[in-house]
Design a protein around this ligand. Structure first.
Ligand code: 4NP
Length: 163
């Protein structure tokens, strides 16, 4: 049975919350809305050094070209997030381990999943690579992965990660 009507609350998490997770947040928001789903979607970072900043201008520009308007302000993950959200989705294994350790109890630890569970099966990628120190190609690649994963999230309604 697919839980298609459930109003999911999803938090995407990366390191700085200025490249990968704010892009994931907006991409999922757009794709979910197009599918008639009224989900609550936000993003945060495991590192607080960019708190209050808009997305990195390179990610902003790359996303804008694909029609996504990134307006999120960076913020660190909080303990309250483990209560407020149903699904906390890590971009890479470092984020995943940090979030698992941060979780205040077993129930909230189980909310932490990896976005790679939603990559197309034929992919060899196991995480969304950090584009911060990469060139323009890195940002395009991140957006390709995120569009693919978010499409799979919406079409599977989270069944790939057992939630
Ligand atoms: P993000 O990228 O985790 O996708 O937002 C990064 C942004 C900033 C830094 C690292 C990664 N940083 O080291 O400041």
């Amino acid at each position: 049975m697919m839980n298609t009507d459930k109003k999911h609350k999803i938090l995407f998490v990366c390191l700085g919350n200025i490249c990968r997770s704010p892009a994931a947040e907006e991409i999922l928001r757009v794709i979910a809305r197009e599918s008639g789903k009224n989900w609550e979607i936000d993003s945060a970072g495991t590192y607080s050094g960019h708190k209050g900043e808009l997305p990195d201008r390179r990610m902003y520009a790359a996303a804008r070209k694909r029609g996504y308007n990134l307006t999120h302000r960076a913020r660190p993950v909080s303990i309250a997030d483990f209560i407020d959200f149903d699904i906390i989705m890590a971009m890479d294994d470092d984020n995943y381990e940090t979030l698992r350790k941060m979780a205040p109890d077993i129930k909230s630890e189980d909310k932490v999943v990896r976005i790679r569970d939603f990559f197309n099966k034929e992919r060899n990628d196991t995480y969304v690579p950090d584009p911060y120190y990469s060139g323009a190609d890195g940002f395009e690649y991140v957006l390709d992965l995120l569009e693919e994963a978010c499409g799979n999230i919406v079409s599977s309604d989270f069944n790939a990660c057992g939630i």
